[in-house]
Design a protein around this ligand. Structure first.
Ligand SMILES: Nc1ncnc2c1ncn2[C@@H]1O[C@H](COP(=O)(O)OP(=O)(O)OP(=O)(O)O)[C@@H](O)[C@H]1O
Length: 325
């Protein structure tokens, strides 16, 4: 099911939380809303869900304007970061909840509910936990159960608000990959909110970069990273250095977009090594450059010749190889 967001604006008092947002999400897409805290991501998600009403604009699901539809009639599934499972219910009953709440004529029999719940628990690979209570689960298991509960009513649209935000880095990574796979298996259109660019890059088909209530750029992970539409997008999608060039202004470059040498080379600037951090396949070097306020960061492969025997305080010569600005 496709989602169109047409000219949506929302104010809270004098504060403009969303300013004329237009967005087309294709059927079957997995889209990330990415941006800093307070940029309006959650508000937009809540408007798509029907939990919040826009001041102006409309929401269209598959050609039908659903702006006037109540949240219950939109058939969307949700997973929110702190949207707790019902503590007094077992995992099974949590997942069955939405099915049991259906109007009588649509409600499946208890036998059908049992089959469906076990199928869903199988899909999130946690069928063996059916009789446990939420407090007996790990954070990652809880999130997967929350997802199974959201999927139980067979929504065509799934909305996820920082679904993995509270989990540790390794579990987050596993769940992200798992979500991307699951999304391929079942026919869903999903929108998820994150402030983590790596999460957006890794999972999403397209990324919507938001800032202060407006959309800065929409594109595939490759597009927004390689062809950022603004300095904001450039900064938000990865580490960056700013090199001041006096009257010529400044250039921006990524830590890996740099040529490093122990010898003075044409076009290269001298710098002092302040820190050397081996990070697996690459090594990060912090450089202090005369006349620059902020130190610069360079990343090279760990076998790079300039690293051999390199010590703090040594002199290196560098030249940005990619640049923006
Ligand atoms: N009900 C409300 N009343 C007043 N202001 C609100 C309300 N809901 C949100 N806001 C404000 O609107 C702005 C956007 O909030 P929103 O929750 O959409 O941001 P976000 O991008 O999801 O941020 P975060 O990543 O921190 O969750 C914020 O400045 C917030 O304080």
């Amino acid at each position: 099911m496709s989602i169109e967001i047409r000219n949506v604006s929302k104010r809270f008092g004098a504060f403009q939380a969303l300013d004329e947002i237009n967005l087309d999400i294709r059927s079957g897409e997995l889209v990330a809303l990415l941006g800093p805290s307070g940029c309006g991501k959650t508000t937009l998600l809540r408007i798509i869900a029907g939990l919040e009403t826009p001041d102006v604009g409309s929401i269209v699901f598959h050609g039908e304007d659903v702006s006037g539809h109540d949240v219950r009639d939109r058939n969307v599934g949700f997973v929110f970061q702190h949207y707790a499972l019902f503590r007094h219910m077992t995992v099974f009953d949590n997942v069955a909840f939405g099915l049991r709440m259906k109007p009588k004529k649509e409600r499946p029999s208890e036998a059908q509910i049992k089959d469906q719940v076990h199928e869903l628990l199988g899909m999130v690979q946690l069928d063996w936990l059916a009789d446990r209570y939420p407090e007996q689960l790990s954070g990652g298991q809880r999130q997967r159960i929350a997802l199974a509960r959201a999927l139980a009513v067979e929504p065509k649209i799934l909305l996820l608000d920082e679904p993995f935000g509270a989990l540790d880095a390794k579990v987050r990574k596993e769940l992200r990959r798992w979500l991307a796979r699951l999304h391929e298996e079942i026919n869903l259109t999903s929108v998820f909110v994150t402030h983590d660019q790596e999460e957006a890059m890794e999972v999403a088909d397209r990324i919507v970069v938001m800032n202060k209530g407006v959309v800065e750029q929409i594109g595939s992970p490759g597009e927004v990273y390689e062809q950022p539409a603004s300095d904001f997008v450039y900064h938000f999608l990865g580490d960056s250095n700013r090199l001041h060039l006096g009257e010529e202004g400044h250039i921006l470059f990524r830590p890996h977009e740099v040529s490093l040498s122990r010898e003075a080379l044409p076009g290269h600037l001298p710098a002092e090594v302040r820190d050397i951090r081996p990070l697996g396949a690459i090594t990060r070097i912090t450089l202090r450059v005369e006349g620059q306020g902020e130190p610069l960061e360079a990343e090279v492969v760990k076998s790079h010749p300039s690293l051999l025997g390199l010590q703090r305080g040594a002199r290196l010569y560098f030249q940005p190889s990619g640049r923006r600005g």
